[in-house]
Design a binder for this molecule. Structure first.
Ligand code: AN0
Ligand code: CP
Length: 317
């Protein structure tokens, strides 16, 4: 595997999850793969888990790691070709990317949707320029339309906790005060369908996601009905996808907050969220603190998903 931006890059998902569970048993078994190899992690946006877990995974594999926060200490980057660069951005991405490629063997990129232009976001303009111009294998650390390292960690976590062959997995929208990308719900829906689960998505009207990612899932606008008999509840906020409201907040209705009353409708479901989470907006304190909450195991599995992805990229060099 050279690049990793989507579930399609992994090939057989079941096989990849199996490989992840093997890596988890002995995460230092592949140190030889990363010797004298350098990972460069580029962040256009903030991060706690991705930053720490990916660096940990790389060091498990014997790699050296460099981290660049583009907005803290690097030159501000122009991303549009053809502009007269007389603004506050002294450097163009078209020079910066190949320069970055000179100093490393693998590049991880975090570049969220900006919500300024839907076409630019959904064509993954930034990550695709890294793939095209860096000369290095590139993997997504959450791009405009997907967060595959998170979805991979979530699938590992579900496999570790499920008690049925085909659990009912519910992705629920929940309120949040700021407009958040569709990357996490897009990937979660797509990967959960690919994993063979029964996938139900519930959200207020107007929050429909891009069908390319939700194909194979059922949409249920009644949140309580969706929760009935669920084995896993995955909460996430996202801003509207459909035009003319792309990137907009249509609701902050706290009737959609996940609480213990709604969890009681499920089949003793586990609660999941990728973090960071706003308590008592997305989920109440008691639900996230309950013994059915998987938020910490999910975060722990980010080290494993990143290690499998880096391992496969290193094997291809
Ligand atoms: C980001 C998002 O919703 O995509 C990152 C989640 C992993 N969350 C925030 O910006 C709060
Ligand atoms: N879940 C996740 O990607 O967290 P960070 O934004 O902190 O990296």
């Amino acid at each position: 595997m050279r690049n990793f931006t989507s579930v399609h890059d992994l090939g057989d998902l079941k096989g990849a999850i199996k490989e992840a569970l093997e890596v988890k048993k002995d995460r230092f078994a592949y140190q030889h793969l990363g010797k004298n190899r350098t990972l460069l992690m580029i962040f256009f946006n903030s991060s706690l888990r991705t930053r720490l877990s990916t660096q940990k995974a790389a060091t498990n594999l014997g790699m050296n790691v460099i981290v660049l926060d583009v907005n803290q200490g690097a030159w501000k980057l122009e991303t549009e070709r053809g502009v007269i660069m007389d603004s506050d951005k002294p450097e163009h991405l078209l020079e910066a990317i190949p320069v970055m490629g000179c100093y490393c063997d693998v590049i991880g990129v975090r570049a969220f949707a900006t919500f300024e232009n839907k076409e630019d976001d959904y064509s993954e303009k930034i990550v695709n320029q890294f793939i095209k111009y860096s000369g290095r294998p590139v993997f997504s650390m959450e791009a405009a339309t997907g967060h595959p390292l998170q979805a991979f960690a979530d699938m590992i976590t579900i496999e570790e906790h499920k008690t049925k062959e085909r659990p009912k997995v519910v992705l629920t929208w929940a309120p949040h005060p700021r407009a958040l990308p569709q990357a996490v719900p897009n990937s979660f829906a797509q990967w959960a369908v690919a994993a063979g689960y029964e996938v139900v998505i519930t959200h207020p009207e107007g929050y429909e996601l891009n069908k390319e990612f939700t194909d194979g899932a059922t949409i249920e606008y009644d949140q309580k009905k969706a929760f009935e008999g669920a084995d896993f509840i995955y909460a996430k906020n996202w801003a509207a996808y459909e035009d003319p409201n792309y990137g907009k907040i249509l609701s902050t209705d706290r009737a959609w907050t996940v609480d213990s009353e709604k969890m009681a409708l499920t089949d003793n479901a586990f609660f999941m969220h990728c973090l960071p989470v706003r308590r008592n907006m997305i989920v109440t304190d008691d639900v996230i603190e309950s013994d059915r909450s998987l938020v910490i195991p999910e975060a722990a599995n980010r080290e494993i998903s990143a290690e499998v992805v880096l391992k496969r990229i290193l094997e291809s060099l």
